[in-house]
Design a protein around this ligand. Structure first.
Ligand code: PEP
Ligand code: MG
Length: 599
């Protein structure tokens, strides 16, 4: 850790605006980091236009081709590095980059135009990519828009290689620092040295941006989506980033600094203490066992789930296998992914949720036209029931994988009994087809529904007759119950899992499950909020599924209370009529029983 006097000196030397400010962004990766700002200059380079003599044109073309070849080598080596560090799945992000370097419009056309216009390769390539970028941005397709970021990555590297200083696309921080950038492309993130990067902060991007996903995998604290942080911070400014709450403090005063140094120490100690509980059971003091499971997006996240003590996967968001690519994953590709997770977790369960596309997740292989209300539109099971070809491929892959472990299947966005019965009918047809083809699968594979639409919560009793389990998707249940778009920052203050209406729905769902004798889990973000653990436990929830990094704290909380006490807490919490009162009450409970914990 840097000595605070030294920090202060360097701040005063470098920053023209030593005002303390607190900026609020999106928490992308937990932890507290304190260090000096290193701002990455990732802006596009300016490119000069130069005429080339006829006799030099072939040399210019060769120079361009050499730079492209070098760029391919660079990306292939970054891809290998990421595959070693974070697994093959994450490394596939760079497939798109490599494909762009084969693209006719980007590459062949540049060569043609160098020959025709007799201009330097930098200028023609830059102009050409502007056109490709414009085409991508104009499509309105989320996948293709994301590719515009990759394109910039490719562009920068080719231009650097043309200039002959190929290795770096930005100044690396010399010492340990907090890296700030407008946005970070996957290759920028991959180049960051985790021993030097204490944390990172970006203007753009959300929790599910590639950079955020990588930060979580690398366990580097990060806050994203701060809009203009790169404008507000000067190089060398002292920063505190709180990746739990999404806060960045610029030039903190001595008191704040000491406070955060203490918090950071507590956070690290607390983390280590929690991890020591990894192999202990998740059971209350009076012996009630709770299923504590992890949410994953990609198969290689299973390792993080296991290292944080997950005893099962409560939500495998399979749509991530469909994202960041231009085609759809084949049946065998999906089978491999599901079987690998099931095998690795066996005998613990793996809940595979069928495709939940639409809303804010789009793929280009599936022409989802822009809709005025995507969250209320063609989404999840609604897409699957119309595109039965895609649905069938996925169900076949899951069923085939079911012999490799304890797989359960879950259907998202179910809104009523008729819809669920239609899904089940199709599911049984797919099973029958496999039988006829002599393909083995687990005949007793459990099926469940996500309860995330208020209508489904209201008819939970009817739905419970048809399934083996419920899993409450509070992220969507809250958005639909309170009519608050889960991704809209302007109304984020309304998105609140303590709202008594949300709690009533949860209680209703758990009760319906119990009456029918099926288990109920919860896999929305709420499950991982330490303030909610005792509440949900007391409400009778059987299974919690959350981001792996939230598991150790949840386990500790379960292990420090009796079920009877949790029941009392839940009863009292449910008697309040305002979200704020519920939250204050739960915070007080936690504080009284456990003292200060770094939340
Ligand atoms: C939910 O809605 O709570 C949920 C877990 O699913 P997702 O966040 O993927 O919509
Ligand atoms: Mg959902």
């Amino acid at each position: 850790m840097v000595n605070s006097n030294k920090r202060r000196r360097s701040r005063n030397l470098k920053c023209s605006n030593p005002e303390v400010s607190i900026l609020k962004g999106i928490p992308a990766s937990p932890g507290i980091a304190i260090g000096h700002a290193h701002i990455l200059d990732l802006e596009r380079m300016s490119v000069k236009e130069i005429d080339i003599e006829e006799s030099r044109v072939e040399v210019e073309v060769k120079r361009f081709e050499k730079a492209v070849a070098k760029t391919k080598k660079d990306f292939a080596s970054i891809q290998r590095k990421i595959a070693n560090q974070l697994g093959e799945e994450k490394a596939r992000i760079f497939d798109a980059h490599l494909l762009m370097l084969e693209d006719t419009m980007a590459i062949d056309e540049t060569v043609d135009r160098i020959k025709k216009q007799k201009k330097n390769a930098e200028f023609i390539f830059f102009q050409n990519l502007e056109n490709v970028r414009k085409t991508l941005l104009d499509t309105g397709d989320e996948y293709l828009r994301e590719r515009a970021v990759d394109l910039q990555d490719v562009e920068r590297r080719v231009l650097r290689n043309l200039a002959g200083d190929g290795q770096e696309s930005f100044d690396r921080p010399e010492g340990q620092s907090i890296v700030l950038a407008k946005f970070l492309t996957p290759s920028d993130t991959a180049q960051l040295d985790r021993n030097k990067v204490l944390g990172f902060v970006t203007d753009l991007g959300g929790r599910t941006s590639h950079a955020a996903i990588m930060a979580r995998s690398l366990e580097i604290p990060a806050v994203v989506g701060l809009k203009e942080v790169t404008q507000k911070v000067c190089p060398g400014d002292l920063l505190v980033i709180d990746g739990v709450h999404g806060i960045v403090i610029v030039n903190p005063d001595e008191r704040t600094l000491l406070e955060y140094e203490e918090k950071q120490k507590l956070f690290i100690e607390h983390d280590l203490e929690l991890l020591s509980l990894r192999d202990e059971p998740a059971a209350t003091l009076d012996g009630r066992s709770i299923e504590l499971q992890a949410n994953i997006e990609l198969p290689d996240e299973v390792e993080t789930a296991l290292s944080h003590g997950a005893r099962g996967i409560g939500l495998f968001r399979t749509e991530y296998l469909y994202l960041a690519r231009s085609d759809l994953p084949s049946e065998s590709e999906q089978y491999e992914a599901y079987a690998s997770v099931a095998e690795r977790m066996n005998p613990d369960p793996v809940v595979i949720r069928t495709l939940d596309l639409g809303g804010d997740k789009f793929v280009s292989g599936l022409n989802i036209a822009p809709e005025p209300n995507p969250y209320l539109g063609w989404r999840a099971i609604r897409i699957c029931l119309e595109r039965k070809d895609i649905f069938k491929m996925q169900l076949r892959a899951i069923l085939k994988a079911s012999i490799h472990g304890n797989i359960r299947i879950m259907f998202p966005m179910i809104s009523g009994l008729g819809e669920l019965q239609e899904v089940k009918k199709f599911y049984y047809e797919v099973q029958q087809e496999l039988r006829e083809d002599g393909i083995p699968f687990n005949e007793d594979c459990h099926i469940g529904v996500m309860i995330e639409v208020p209508a489904a919560a209201l008819v939970a009793r009817e739905l419970s007759q048809e399934v083996d389990f419920f899993s409450i998707g509070t992220n969507d249940l809250i958005q639909y119950t309170i009519a608050v778009d889960r991704g809209n920052e302007k109304i984020a203050y309304l998105f609140n899992h303590f709202h008594p209406a949300v709690l009533k729905f949860i209680q209703m769902i758990i009760t319906a499950g119990k009456e029918r004798g099926i288990w109920t889990g919860l896999c929305g973000e709420m499950a991982g909020d330490p303030l909610c653990v005792w509440l949900l436990l007391g409400m009778g929830l059987d299974e919690f599924s959350m981001s792996p990094i939230a598991l150790p704290e949840a386990k500790r909380l379960i292990r420090t209370i009796t079920y009877k006490e949790a029941l009392e807490i839940a009863n009292e919490a449910l008697s309040f009529t305002k979200a704020k009162d519920v939250e204050d009450f739960l915070r007080k409970q936690l504080h009284e029983r456990l003292g200060e914990i770094p939340l």
